[in-house]
Design a protein around this ligand. Structure first.
Ligand code: ADP
Length: 549
């Protein structure tokens, strides 16, 4: 405590997620949410109508036995029902655990059981997946299919409920409880370099603050006249905060459901006059191809927020110069709620020549209010923000995790001696605050926004009797941004072919994890401690062209 300070005289009102949707329905009741439903058609309603259904759903959850603290999983696309679940679950003090349907089988099983989910809400699409993985589900977990009675599937899954029946007849008002703002509201797992995923457990306070900070970040798009399309999934770090930001600012939302290919996105954006869309570079390739085909942009599209991976300069240029769409490049992490930095230029930067502006926009942006950045050397000593020194990036702030959900070893490894979160990214920071991510210490490959663990892949490959040693690194790919490249030292006398290695792995890892190429070498570079030096390998294969590229 600082000597001499005196306490302020302001109320301690908790910052709760329920206040965001209440504000949206009170002040922007007529802004719309439009969704491409799994059933095929478009659904549209206003924030006022959404709010009434959120209340009904909250009553339905209570009737199902959900109580404060209960973990409720969702396995769903971006659609209005998923949006309703965010607010109903969190509003009653339960925890919304968004599950990535693309998780490999063992990780899927792990996250549901580690979170101890009691109820799971699923889109129709994922019912077959749940049937196939029935034995992996936590015992006694109830499953609610996000559809109406007419579309309920024939299924042998036990404890199956219908979403619309859960709401039917429930009161359209809910007295949202008040509780400590540090209460958990949402849970999202992120891939670890090895082994199990780690859970970022957000609080009501962090979620409301993240919404306010991002709303305040001078993004050119938050007005009640805007229409947002989150391509980034609601199952991936809260769709970068959009489901909270939109009601707060009155912006409409257009939810693409399962239609994420270029032509579907183009048509939906065009028909619904979407003004701003958010997603990883991979999805924009599809949209840009469709724009080239049609010779125009979706009519109202003015802004694109690109993050999750570095935006390629060529993509920046096409959006901006060919179509006049302004790009904001963002960097963040699941552990940061997720926004860390945004490429928003100051007025004097916007006066710079176009080339110079493009160069600045290709960096990962400048820190958002509420996020502190530092770069450190191997001993943890701070490095200057001079645009030259390169070090490991660490962050702190009220929307940054201070550890992981029920995972002490991972928590201890993530936080440094000063209490900052270690990002596993390697960066420099310029004097005017631009972050430049140059590498990553975490041993992961990021393919189309999704993580692949190099170490898990290496372990799977090492089970092959004719592989003496191997390493997986990320190789550049024009569509997926990165794809795994497997580098193998064959055992003495072995006669190994690429196809045999891929066949071997096919039985052991998810299909989308399979390396795009296998390269055979006589030896791998090793560091002082005997570990394979991925840094050297990455440098050696910097210009490697994958056969799939
Ligand atoms: P998200 O995909 O929403 O960013 P994740 O937690 O899955 O969240 O991934 C975070 C990591 O992704 C970062 O630590 C960094 O390695 C990488 N990343 C995110 N945005 C960028 C970016 N703009 N440029 C380079 N890498 C990025």
């Amino acid at each position: 405590m600082l000597q001499g300070v005196i306490p302020g005289r302001m109320m301690q009102r908790p910052l709760l997620v329920s206040s965001l949707i209440e504000y949206g329905k009170d002040f922007h009741p007529n802004s719309e949410i439009v969704s491409r439903r799994v059933e095929g058609d478009l659904h549209r309603y206003t924030y006022a109508a959404a709010y009434r259904r959120v209340c009904q759903l909250a009553h339905g959850l209570v009737a199902l036995g959900v109580t404060p603290g209960t973990r409720v999983a969702t396995l769903a696309w971006n659609n209005h029902r998923h949006f309703e679940l965010y607010y109903a679950i969190q509003g009653i003090g339960a925890v919304c655990h968004t599950v990535n349907p693309r998780l490999p089988v063992d990780q899927f099983k792990y996250v549901l059981n580690h979170a101890d989910d009691r109820v799971l809400f699923t889109d129709l699409t994922f019912v077959p997946l749940l049937e196939a993985r029935r034995a992996d589900l936590p015992p006694g977990m109830k499953i609610v299919v996000m559809t109406d009675r007419a579309h309920m599937p024939e299924s042998g899954l036990p404890d199956l409920f219908c979403f619309e029946e859960l709401l039917a007849g429930q009161a359209e008002h809910y007295d949202w409880p008040e509780f400590d703002e540090n209460t958990a509201c949402a849970l999202c797992y992120t891939s670890g370099t090895t082994g199990n995923p780690k859970g970022a457990l957000y609080s009501h306070r962090s979620m409301v603050l993240h919404s306010l900070f991002a709303r305040n970040a001078d993004l050119p798009c938050f007005t009640p006249r805007a229409k947002f399309l989150p391509v980034v999934p609601l199952f991936h770090v809260n769709a970068w905060g959009l489901p909270y930001l939109a009601p707060l600012s009155g912006a409409g939302m257009v939810m693409p459901g399962p239609g994420l290919d270029g032509p579907s996105l183009f048509k939906l954006m065009d028909d619904e006059a979407v003004s701003s869309a958010w997603g990883v570079p991979t999805v924009w390739l599809g949209l840009l191809a469709e724009m080239a085909q049609q010779g125009r942009k979706p009519k109202a599209l003015a802004h694109v927020l690109v993050g999750g991976s570095a935006v390629p300069p060529s993509m920046l240029r096409t959006f901006q110069e060919t179509y006049g769409i302004s790009v904001v490049h963002g960097w963040g992490m699941t552990e940061m709620s997720p926004v860390g930095s945004l490429g928003i230029l100051e007025p004097e930067m916007e006066a710079l020549p176009q080339e110079e502006q493009l160069r600045l926009k290709a960096y990962q942006g400048r820190r958002m209010f509420g996020v502190d950045l530092k770069i450190v050397d191997e001993d943890g000593a701070r490095l200057p923000h001079d645009g030259e020194a390169i070090g490991e990036l660490a962050v702190r702030g009220p929307c940054v995790v201070d550890g992981y959900f029920n995972d002490e070893p991972a928590s201890a490894a993530a936080i440094d001696d000063e209490g900052w979160f270690r990002t596993g990214d390697v960066a420099s920071i310029s004097p005017d605050g631009f972050l430049m991510i140059v590498d990553r210490t975490k041993d992961l490959v990021k393919s189309g926004g999704e993580w692949i663990s190099s170490i898990d892949l290496e372990n799977a490959a090492m089970a092959h009797p004719e592989i003496a040693e191997c390493a997986v690194i990320a190789a550049a790919h024009p569509k997926w941004d990165e794809r795994p490249l497997l580098i193998v030292v064959p055992a003495a006398g072995a006669d190994l072919a690429k196809e045999a290695v891929i066949d071997f792995l096919t039985a052991r890892v998810a299909k989308w994890w399979l390396p795009d190429d296998v390269v055979f070498v006589d030896e791998l570079p090793h560091g002082a401690t005997g570990k394979v030096s991925k840094l050297t390998l990455r440098a050696q294969f910097k210009d490697y062209v994958l056969p799939t590229a």
